[in-house]
Write a protein that binds this ligand. Structure first.
Ligand code: AP5
Length: 189
């Protein structure tokens, strides 16, 4: 099984490149951001609570997102592999994911980290905020999301580096070129 964590700060291109990767490798795409936004749109009790947290640019509790991932993985036991997009975002989430995947004899293959400078992240997200109207794409929330990333999420890269599974990818440039770098990194596994 090919189990890829697509990692990087808000706006680094995780969603964009996930689409390319799932089409190319026929993997199941698990994006905790998308799952949460679906709950928000359906106005479920979880969605109503999550929206408040997401609009502040903070992280939803580990317990909630780990539960979501466990249930989605168990619905897709026949998958060729998974792309985890926006998850894990804390070391506790990474530990829970490793436990889940190891129990299935399908450990994480690699963490691909998209590297993009902060100025470009802000530019991309502000532009998307105007075009798509995502309520967390405003200046204050974007800054909070980047702070949360630095404080709570970046340690996840160190956690997988210690396992020899971290690969850094230049995330600036044409989408196709970045996709090629991701494929090259996977081919070198
Ligand atoms: P989530 O949906 O995961 O948002 P994010 O990590 O902030 O990521 P984005 O979707 O903003 O960016 P991306 O890296 O996917 O880039 P994209 O391809 O879209 O999470 C949202 C919220 O949900 C969190 O803040 C948190 O509250 C909660 N949450 C989610 N997961 C959680 C978890 N595990 N634990 C706790 N809470 C969780 O690209 C961005 C823009 O750039 C697009 O407009 C795109 O067209 C453009 N773009 C992409 N590539 C390029 C390129 N090469 N050049 C120029 N523009 C580009």
């Amino acid at each position: 099984m090919l189990n890829v964590i697509l990692f990087g700060p808000p706006g680094s291109g995780k969603g964009t490149q996930s689409e390319n990767l799932i089409a190319h490798y026929q993997l199941v795409h698990l994006s905790t951001g998308n799952i949460l936004r679906d709950e928000v749109n359906r106005q479920t009790p979880l969605g109503v609570e999550a929206k408040k947290i997401m609009d502040q640019g903070q992280l939803v509790s580990d317990e909630i997102v780990i539960g979501m991932i466990k249930s989605k993985v168990s619905e897709n036991l026949e998958a060729k592999g998974f792309i985890f997009d926006g998850f894990p975002r804390t070391v506790a989430q990474a530990e829970a994911l490793d436990k889940l995947m190891d129990a299935m004899n399908a450990p994480i293959s690699v963490l691909l980290c998209l590297e993009v400078p902060e100025e470009e992240l802000k530019e991309r997200l502000l532009k998307r905020g105007v075009i798509e109207g995502r309520t967390d794409d405003n200046e204050t929330t974007i800054s909070n999301r980047i702070v949360e990333y630095k404080n709570k999420t970046q340690p996840v890269a160190d956690y997988y580096q210690a396992q020899g599974k971290l690969k850094k990818i230049q995330g600036v440039g044409a989408v196709d070129e970045i996709f090629q770098s991701l494929k090259d990194a996977i081919a070198s596994l």
